[in-house]
Design a protein around this ligand. Structure first.
Ligand code: PEP
Length: 256
């Protein structure tokens, strides 16, 4: 299959600079042993530190968001260019917390995705349904709308530089994980959407992650599934020993 397995931590609004330094230094030896790609998406204030400490290591650094304009009167925002300039490689786009608390829409997700790709950042695009939407039986409709919107206007070459993370909103930070089968079903569905739009070769090469309370106990089962090519991990990325277990599970899952 040959898809890249990517285990990405999303630190959210956690870790002061000294705490970040400590955690990254603890992670370095685990990442060296890992056979999957290791990414840490950290708050803006930790990005330069993270880039510096991870130089020459197997850890890649990501941001948690970027603006869609390259510059201008957007107080408090950071552009994709600014991230690229300091050595960031990945950026999380459209996380449900940004959709929920910061008015992120499918349109802005698409615009941020394009801005990231334009400067050579790899977007990790988040999609996923609310609990009420799952209970209403419209998970696939929601995920399809979000996915199609996020990829609008992207070329096949663009798609090769993206990752998509299926993150059911009801499973994020709640301790409730989707079952292996639920996660696999939606990840496979996402791959089908991409195949319909870009062909099966592009879809087969796309890294589709699962995210939502992935932890050392449930990671192996999720990552063993055929269409789950890694994870986007919040809580369990904040402790080196926990994240190390996920890196190991990432290596043991599908081929890297
Ligand atoms: C996330 O932040 O994307 C996430 C999945 O968080 P958690 O692992 O804590 O549910």
């Amino acid at each position: 299959m040959g898809r890249k397995i990517v285990i990405a931590g999303n630190w959210k609004m956690n870790k002061t600079r000294p705490d970040a330094e400590k955690l990254i230094k603890e992670l370095v030896p685990y990442a060296e042993k890992a056979t999957c790609e290791t990414v840490i998406c950290v708050p803006y204030t930790n990005l330069e530190t993270a880039v510096e400490i991870t130089k020459g290591t197997k850890i890649k650094v990501g941001a948690e968001n970027c603006h869609f304009k390259s510059s201008g009167a957007f107080t408090g925002e950071i552009s994709a260019e600014m991230l690229k300039e300091i050595g960031v490689e990945y950026v999380v786009i459209g996380h449900s917390e940004r959709r929920q608390y910061f008015n992120e829409t499918d349109l802005t997700v698409n615009r941020r995705t394009k801005a990231a790709l334009k400067v050579g950042l790899k977007p990790i695009i988040c999609v996923g349904e609310l609990l009420a939407e799952r209970e209403d039986g419209i998970t696939e409709d929601v995920v399809e709308l979000q996915t199609v919107a996020a990829y609008t206007g992207l070329t096949a070459d663009d798609v090769k530089n993206t990752i998509i993370a299926y993150e059911p909103v009801w499973a994020i930070g709640t301790g409730k994980t989707a079952t292996d089968e639920q996660a696999e079903e939606v990840c496979a569905f996402i791959r089908k959407i991409i195949a319909n739009k870009y062909g099966s070769e592009i879809a087969d090469g796309l890294t589709v992650q699962y995210g939502g309370s992935m932890n050392p106990k449930n990671a192996a089962g999720l990552l063993a599934k055929e269409n789950i090519d890694g994870g986007l991990i919040g809580g369990a990325s904040l402790k080196a020993e926990d994240f190390a277990v996920l890196l190991q599970a990432g290596g043991a899952g599908n081929a890297c």
